[in-house]
Write a protein that binds this ligand. Structure first.
Ligand code: MIC
Ligand code: SF4
Length: 644
């Protein structure tokens, strides 16, 4: 039996387990990346492991999320990360150099390699044929220390691309179509492989737009073959030597298959407040808009911005619209500055901001009250923009640009003239914003600089025989990590200060939750399906841990968040019978009897509801390794135990 693209990479990196779907496998990791919002915590955990130097082929620390620096906090964190990077053998991408995923695609990602990043959109590098996955900070720290990364062996979905995109229809519309078909829950436990004749018409950055937003499917990752187009991109980046070919075998076996005819696609939009709430721009109609944001790791490549510039050229942004543009990297910004496209963008009245995540993570540019914002980003969760009642639509750069001119949502295919923009034969390469680490000899002399914003992180404790607690929160389906631990300009500066963050935990769902936790000491959370979708932020586990959350009982969990809960010693319990969700209410007193024994023996856990007198059984499917982690009260405790 032949192998698929990703199975070939998995096979070459397998250090533990068997490649049968559902089994836990350990993978050797070649590269890691971090960004600043998750990086500080990740490096604190790495330091706690006592390893003198990273053991990966390449590790890069990016500064791209917290670049607003409204106080000393972010600047302190940046300085800490810079010093840690220098000390431990990590490349440091300075603020201003761009968004981690865009820069990593341009300068570091390699086909055939494995990459994990402390950011859920790490699969962007799947566009270049790299097996790239989002992970919690602690998992990235372990990988930097040379440890394997554990995942459940995924199923593989073949996405067969036929035909060719029509003018003004773009890669964003392809992934929105996949989201429409599969939904935000549809990718859990799966890898999406894009194959078929349509693949050759997509450049590497376009492929990266598609694999980037595969994160919104809940997928483990997404990947394209490594072919002639991949080679040309690498060559244009001055990295031809990084190329290796990778195609699926003729007799590769896929678990599922969907076909998308690129020629029949039309411009799409994800309506508020979910990336899978997709409809055609034509059907939604000419709704009035207040803001347009172009950028983010999904859509900020050279090609994206050139297409935007060609639409904006000679036109003026509508008087009622604020158009904000953040180019994805210094390379992109430099190239559009040199060829004049930036001048066209500026002349149209667009507000050009620095190459960083910016509005995508609520770092400024919140829309007006009740405003409609069109964004080329990947997430439109309620409140993420910084304005609680804003309505965010996710669209392609082409739809965003023409709508900014018209003042209403506009289908770009109604524009007449189409300028076909070629991929450059060579990109402007200047890595002067990437600082290499100190040499091994000099590393010990590097001082690690810690600011006052860096506070100790909470540690899990070994699982007790029985857990007595209270249901202090009951939630519905699709709760995102933005609900659990919001981001945005007011909160993000405190990513290295967990005690301070506790007051914002679940702020959007229930402002009183942190107070209740503090009063009661421990808590159990009850939730619906797909709990913890979205970001990889470990803070969505660390902050509840600090508040005393001992278990989450949900209908199902998102992959990265479930791993983060286990890594931090919080029990991810699943209803066996979904109807049991209705038999447990807010404020119910609950006891997990003999929970330690049950976890140790891989048995179901009995939840005794003291308020109703009922007992329900829930499951906690853990690999033998995860069981030990749970019993030890988290991965850090477990690693220490093993070292002893
Ligand atoms: C996001 O898009 O939500 C983030 C901010 O990039 C996160 C990481 C974080 O919360 O720091 C992600 O996607 O993992
Ligand atoms: Fe940054 Fe937004 Fe991409 Fe997250 S999704 S890495 S916040 S640009």
């Amino acid at each position: 039996m032949g192998y698929t693209i990703s199975q070939k990479i998995i096979k070459a990196h397998l250090v533990e387990g068997e490649m049968s779907p559902g089994a836990e496998i350990g993978l050797k990791i070649d590269q890691t990346l971090t960004q600043d919002a998750t990086g500080t915590m990740c490096y604190l955990q790495f330091e706690a492991m006592g390893v003198p130097r990273v053991r990966t082929e390449r590790s890069v620390a990016y500064i791209d999320h917290n670049t607003l620096q409204t106080g000393f906090e972010n600047a302190d964190d940046h300085r800490y990360i810079q010093s840690v990077a220098k000390r431990y053998g990590i490349f440091f991408s300075r603020p201003g150099n761009g968004i981690c995923h865009q820069v990593h695609l341009e300068r570091f990602a390699k086909p055939g390699k494995t990459l994990i990043g402390s950011d859920s959109h790490t699969p962007t590098a799947g566009g270049i044929g790299c097996l790239a996955m989002g992970a919690g900070g602690l998992d990235v720290a372990v990988a930097m220390a040379g440890g394997p990364y554990y995942i459940t062996m995924p199923k593989t979905v073949k996405v067969n691309l036929t035909g060719k995109l029509r003018p003004f229809v773009s890669a964003k519309d392809v992934i929105l179509e996949v989201l429409r078909i599969m939904t935000v829950k549809g990718g859990v436990g799966k890898i999406f492989e894009y194959v078929g004749e349509g693949v050759v018409s997509l450049s590497v950055p376009e492929r990266a737009t598609i694999t980037n937003m595969g994160a919104e499917l809940g997928a483990t990752t997404s990947i394209f073959p490594s072919d002639k187009i991949t080679y040309e991109f690498l060559k244009a980046q001055g990295r031809a030597e990084d190329f290796v070919e990778n195609f699926p075998d003729e007799d590769a076996v896929y678990d599922e298959e969907i076909t998308i005819d690129l020629s029949s696609l039309e411009p799409l939009a994800a309506k508020p407040h979910s990336p899978d709430n997709v409809e055609s721009v034509r059907n939604i109609g000419e709704i009035k808009i207040d803001q347009v944001c172009i950028g983010s790791c999904t859509n900020s490549s050279y090609l994206d911005l050139m297409r935007v510039a060609s639409i904006l050229k000679g036109r003026t942004v509508h008087p009622d619209v604020s158009l904000v543009i953040a180019p994805g990297s210094k390379q992109v910004l430099n190239m559009i500055a040199e060829n004049g496209a930036l001048a066209d963008i500026i002349a149209s009245g667009a507000r050009v901001i620095e190459s960083a995540c910016g509005p995508c993570i609520g770092m400024g540019q919140a829309p007006p009250s009740g405003g409609v914002s069109l964004r080329t980003f990947n997430r439109n969760f309620e409140g993420r923009s910084g304005t609680a009642d804003a309505k965010v639509y996710l669209v392609s750069p082409e739809t965003a640009a023409i709508s900014a001119i018209m003042g209403v949502l506009t289908d770009p295919t109604t524009l007449g003239e189409f300028e076909d923009i070629p991929m450059p034969e060579s990109f402007h390469v200047n890595d002067n914003m990437i600082l290499p680490p100190a040499s091994e000899d000099e590393a010990e002399l590097v001082e690690i600089i810690r600011g006052p914003n860096i506070k100790p992180f909470p540690k899990g404790k070994a699982l007790e025989e029985r857990v007595t607690s209270k249901v202090l929160l009951k939630l519905g389906d699709n709760i995102t990590t933005d609900h659990i631990m919001p981001a945005g300009a007011k909160i993000l500066p405190y990513r290295s200060n967990i005690p301070y963050l506790t007051q914002f935990c679940f702020a959007q769902c229930d402002k009183e939750f942190p107070e209740r936790c503090k009063k009661h000491g421990t808590a159990v959370i009850v939730a619906g399906a797909n709990y913890g979708q979205g970001s990889s932020r470990e803070h969505a586990a660390l902050v509840p841990l600090a508040l005393g959350v001992r278990a989450v009982i949900a209908k199902s969990f998102a992959r990265i968040h479930r791993a983060n809960l286990i890594n931090n010693g919080i029990l991810p319990l699943e209803f066996i019978n979904e109807a049991d969700y209705d038999r447990i209410s807010l404020e119910d007193d609950v006891v997990l009897e003999k929970v330690r024994d049950s976890i140790e023996n891989g048995e179901n856990v009995k939840v005794k509801n003291l308020t109703t007198g009922e007992v329900i059984e829930v499951k906690c499917e853990l690999s033998p390794r995860q069981r030990k982690i749970m019993l030890a009260g988290g991965l850090l405790n477990y690693t220490k135990q093993q070292q002893n």
